[in-house]
Write a protein that binds this ligand. Structure first.
Ligand code: ATP
Length: 236
């Protein structure tokens, strides 16, 4: 369980997260949606300790993450825009990360094969296409079998076949009881992969709860229409 209590983040004078209170259930998949700039990535980065909150606390499994690093071993993160050591080959990067973790996992090889990336292992990171970089990001997020998986717009840039394969993998992770947190602007993807929904506007939570309840409340069959309606309501 991830608990966010009275979280606030300011960048200079600008308040980006406002008094945010959230409980993200363990072993479930939660989608974070909201307009561009509403604070989704900042929320994720706060959970990862990559952004230091201005106020408030975050607890993971009852423990405050403030000043802690070790908890991140249990989190796999696929960022929206990833930066890698560009001179390393895919193979070197994976070996380097494994050596840093002191791990002998072979899951990276399985995932390389799953994403059809075996023929790219000797390519330098800077020579990969955007979609291939995304796949490397997915492999890095999942290769150590973490209990919490965080994906920030994971399928942006993936071709349809890769996107389907990625989603299949997320389904499998969910079935194994992983906690999944996912942001996306593709509502069908949120609908397909997640059960709980967080809807943010201008750094505030406007809805948090089961997805089907939101659809019922908005009297819509599809999440896209329900969220669009909510966006119109909040803009009014
Ligand atoms: N390091 C930073 N310094 C200053 N402002 C920042 C920084 N990071 C994010 N912001 C601002 O915080 C706000 C929220 O950004 P964030 O990336 O969390 O939004 P988002 O909901 O993930 O957006 P998108 O859907 O476009 O990815 C934006 O106004 C953004 O410009």
């Amino acid at each position: 369980m991830i608990s966010i209590n009275n979280l606030q983040k300011k960048f200079g004078a600008r308040t980006v997260l406002q008094d945010m209170n959230l409980q993200i259930p363990a072993g479930q998949a939660t989608g974070i949606v909201g307009p561009n700039g509403s604070g989704k990535t900042t929320t994720i980065k706060s959970l990862l300790g990559l952004v230091k909150p201005t106020a408030g606390e975050i607890y993971i499994d009852g423990k405050s993450i403030e000043g802690e690093w070790d908890y991140r071993r249990n989190i796999g993160y696929m960022p929206q825009v990833a930066r890698y050591p560009e001179n390393m080959t895919v193979g070197e990067l994976l070996s380097f990360i494994k050596a840093m973790r002191g791990s002998r996992t072979e899951r990276d090889s399985e995932l390389l094969s799953y994403f059809n990336l075996e023929s790219e292992v000797d390519k330098r990171m800077r020579a990969l296409s955007g979609g291939m970089r995304q796949k490397v990001g997915a492999i890095l997020a999942m290769m150590f079998d973490p209990q919490i998986l965080i994906f920030d717009e994971p399928t942006a840039g993936l071709d349809p076949k890769s996107s389907v394969r990625f989603k299949q993998l997320v389904h499998e992770e969910k079935e194994q009881g992983k906690t999944v947190l996912l942001t996306s602007h593709i509502m069908s993807e949120i609908e397909e992969l997640t059960d709980y929904l967080i809807f943010m506007v201008e750094g505030r939570i406007r809805y948090h709860g089961p997805m089907h309840e939101l659809m019922k409340r908005q009297q819509e069959q599809r999440l896209e229409s329900a969220v669009a309606k909510m966006m119109e309501e909040t803009a009014a």
